[in-house]
Design a protein around this ligand. Sequence first.
Ligand code: GLP
Length: 250
Amino acid sequence: MPIADPEVLIDAAAVAEAVAARLLQARQDHPDLPLGLATGRTMEPVYGALVRRVQALPQPEQQVLRRRWCSFNLDEYVGLGPEDPGSFAAVMERQLGAPLGLERHRLQLPDGLASDPALEANRYGDAVAAAGGLGLQLLGLGLNGHIGFNEPPCGAESRSRCVTLSASTRVQNAGAFGGGPEAVPERAITLGLAEILAARQILLVVTGAAKSAVLQRLLQDPPGPQLPASWLQLHPAVTLIVDRAAWGGG
Ligand code: GLP
């Protein structure tokens, strides 16, 4: 099924507001369904906007949200724990957990310090399933078409597992480590396409001119392993929110 026409907004700030509104709505309308969350530069303004929206709610509503918060992040670097500022656990705590006052266990991520990452990946996939699967899954897009850390080539049946990051992804994410790509961990634990495609709804967010070419491929190419995000065409409920730059409008 082709992905429906995107919501094209003027810039990344407008995208962040629209996405934050949908995340908040999902928590309020379906508190029993876990949110699937993502990290990356695209999501920074999204979480900023979400925090502002929650903090603008009356206190009792904020408390209900806090008490019932349940989310699973897509991925985590192997070898990094929450005390490491480059870990996705630390990013989520800085951008969402601390400002919203969420208890740590409510924001779930794979444990990057687990002694057996493959086993931890299985445990994490099982935890998502035990929670009933994901309600709304938020997704960014890698420059090589990855979602989560599902690097090409990647089949639609792939499950939660430990992966080796591509050289291009380590270059893309080096900024968060204040150095070159060699500062970025080599491996990660990621939910697979199977868990992502099992989410009730998908919210794909793409901003910036650098993503314009991969976005067009994702919309036009037939689904296939060389562009993991293209498997999203198989999902019946994908919402795509982009800014003009990513859409190719400058
Ligand atoms: C990262 C993450 C993805 C993210 C993507 C895009 O490697 N694992 O979940 O969506 O790459 O990142 P950015 O938003 O920084 O471009």
